[in-house]
Each structure stands twice: as C-alpha cells, then as structure tokens.
Ligand binder design. Structure first.
Ligand SMILES: Cc1ncc(COP(=O)(O)O)c(C=O)c1O
Length: 385
C-alpha cells in the first residue's frame, strides 16, 4: 500500500508540465520539479552575489553532494559518484584511463547498447582497443550465455545495458558479473534506463562502474550525467580526458603533470556545468523521498494495465509482459506508429517512438490511472482512423 503523501495526487503539484498534458514519457525525459526552478534561481543568486571567490567552493561541494545523493538511490557509498554533462564524456574519460596497448585490450559490449556508448568504444579502437559486439537474434535481447562466453582473459571491460532502450528487457546481471570477475575484467553498467524506476544496489551487485543520466526517471533534466566507481578501484584510474577541475587543488594552478583529486572530482575535466547539476538535485531528492521500491510498485501496476489493454485491442506489445522482466515502460506497436505518436503529441499526450519497438509508453510516480485512460481513448481514436 502506497502512503497517501506518495500517491500521484499528492506528488503532482510538485511538478510542472503535468497540467494539460499527459506525461507518459519519463523513460526519455521526466517532468520538471518546481524545486528545480528554485535551485536555478539560487544558483543565479550565488553567481551574482558571490563572484568567483564566493561561488566556486560551494558549487564544488554541491557537485560532491549531488553525486552522493544519486549514490543513495543506487546503493553507492558517499564519495563514489562523479558528475559530468553526459555519460558519453564519462565513458571517454574511462576509456582514456585504460592501457589499451597491451594484451588485455578487449571491450565486450552488446549489440543492443545505446548508440552513443558504442560510438565511444568503437572510436577507442584508434588507441588500441579491440571491440567485441555481442549480437542479438531478435533485436530484443541477448542470451546471457552468449555475453559470458565472449569474455576472456583478454577482456578489459564488459559494457552492459541494465535494460535495453529498444525493448525494455532487464538483463540478468549476476552471472555476467561473476564471469567478468573470474576472467579479471571490469563491468561497466549503463543504468540510464533503470535508475529511479528499478530498485538495484551497485554494492550488493558488486558492480565496478555504473553510469547514468538525470533527465529520465530521475526527473533532473539534461546536463547531469553520473558515474559510480567502486571505492576499491577509484585510485587506479588516471584519465587522459581530464582538466583542471580534476586536480587535487584546481585553484593552485600547478604545472603538469596533474595531481588527481583523491575524491570523485578526479573525473572532472574543465569548468563544470553547475546549472545542470543543481537543477537535477530536486528530482533526485523526490525520488529518494518516495523511494524506488514504492515508485516501482505503482509503475508495475499501471504498465500492466497498459500492456493488458493493448493486447485486448490486438496491438502488438514488444516488451516483456511480466513487469519484473522489464524496466518501467511498455512498447506498443500499431500500424503507422510514428505518425500515431505525432498525432498524440498534438493532443499533448507525450510518448515516444523507436524503430523496431513502436511507441514507448511509461508510468512514473506522478502518473494517474486517468492518464492511462486518456492515452487509451486517444489511441482508440487515432488508430481507428
Ligand atoms: C541507455 C542509454 N544510455 C545513454 C543515453 C545517453 O547518453 P548521454 O548521457 O551520453 O547523452 C541514453 C539516452 O539518452 C540511453 O537511453
């Protein structure tokens, strides 16, 4: 039973953008909390009143605290989560900290990975990496055994998606993590599609590196990517993609070589994008306050309603029917799905479309049963025409 203060009716007034719109697209972009606007106004005040001397120390403390706040959502200890504008940059920094000239230079990743990460890893072939792309048969999932057997003594990293962005399928992490560690490889998990909607614990899962962004289920808007690094590994990385904010004392302006920050700022590069970070904090706080397990319970009920209703109408459901086997959205395919999505958008019903999947439709902490009804009624109308 979800407590009354955590029911959608109680939470909705804390978000903008929900009145007059049906927001079923939190797997792509969560709704903006009003508190994010207040945080940006505070940031502006600090900028205006503090000047550089006054503002920077507090802003760097904010970057640490916001990383810790994300860590508390995914089971990471304080001091282990770094921020950056996006995950692609963090992956490049990670790649730049590996020695890819030796025997252990293979990067194993799945064919269903989000393209940006695959672009990064493939590009590092120019620096000696050998990428191994594990194929899919059906475009929806990749057998766990197949990923495990691609891992060898030459594997440096196994880069995984916690849930696939085109099929929502959750992967079975423990056997892959065990196989990677047995072979002496590190696991990198892309949790963009799950952080804030699927409960998981990076420490209990013994993950080495986990990345994600803030603008989907964490309701933090764009500009606040994050990376967890297991504390036992943190000091071994010396990223070549770096900059003065990654230095132990950035304002000492010391000559090279860089003396890396001992904490999570080690992964910082140049001047950090503070507005993106501070705007994201409000979303993180609401997710922590309500709790991912509670959000998941609500999400599972509404998305089950969605998939049942889609099947009753003869539409194709391209995601697992069991909520426990998928992240928080349902893939519904109908003829001309992309056109249908545009027509829904004109009615301010926000879902999105991905090739091979159809419409991606999700429920989050603020989604009501009425919104599911609004979506289904609009679909009945648009699809029938
Ligand atoms: C699974 C996944 N990984 C990564 C990204 C984006 O990465 P970046 O932070 O580099 O934009 C997305 C989508 O925005 C995604 O769905």
């Amino acid at each position: 039973m979800i407590a009354s203060q955590h029911q959608p009716a109680a939470l909705r007034p804390r978000f903008a953008g929900l009145d007059g719109a049906t927001w079923l697209v939190s797997h792509s972009m969560g709704a903006p909390p009003h508190a994010a606007r207040e945080a940006l106004a505070r940031y502006w005040e600090q900028w205006a009143q503090g000047g550089p001397e006054g503002a920077w120390p507090g802003w760097l403390d904010d970057a640490r605290a916001i990383g810790d706040g994300i860590g508390a959502i995914v089971g990471a200890a304080p001091g282990t989560v770094s921020l950056a504008p996006n995950v692609s940059l963090l992956q490049s920094a990670l790649a730049s900290s590996l020695d890819l000239r030796g025997e252990r230079n293979e990067i194993v990743y799945e064919a269903l990975q989000f393209p940006s990460l695959a672009y990064v890893w493939q590009a590092w072939e120019r620096a000696g990496a050998r990428t191994l792309r594990v194929p899919t048969d059906d475009g929806r999932t990749i057998p766990t055994d197949r990923i495990c057997s691609a891992i060898t003594e030459r594997t440096a990293l196994v880069v995984l998606s916690h849930a696939y962005y085109q099929s929502a399928v959750l992967i079975d992490l423990p056997p892959i993590v065990a196989r990677a560690h047995e072979a002496g490889a590190l696991v990198v998990l892309d949790a963009y599609q799950t952080a804030g909607i699927v409960p998981f614990d990076v420490t209990a899962l013994d993950l080495d590196i986990v990345v994600g962004g803030s603008h989907k289920w964490l309701c933090g808007g764009p500009g606040c990517g994050w990376m967890y690094v297991k504390p036992q590994l943190a000091q071994r990385f010396r990223p070549m993609v770096t900059g003065w904010f990654g230095h132990r004392e950035p304002f000492a302006f010391e000559p090279p070589p860089i003396d890396y920050a001992p904490d999570q700022l080690r992964w910082a590069t140049g001047t950090p994008t503070i507005p993106g970070y501070v705007a994201a904090r409000a979303g993180h706080e609401i997710i922590r306050e309500v709790g991912v397990a509670t959000i998941r319970e609500h999400n599972a009920r509404l998305t089950r309603r969605l998939s049942d209703a889609a099947l009753e109408r003869g539409w194709t459901v391209n995601t697992p029917l069991d909520p426990a086997k998928r992240t928080g959205w349902v893939g519904i395919d109908v003829p001309h799905a992309e056109q249908v999505q545009h027509e829904l958008h004109e009615r301010r019903i926000y879902v999105d479309h991905r090739p091979g999947c159809g419409l991606r439709v999700s429920a989050h902490l603020y989604t009501t049963d009425d919104e599911i009804d609004v979506f289904l009624a609009a679909m009945d109308d648009v699809v029938s025409r």
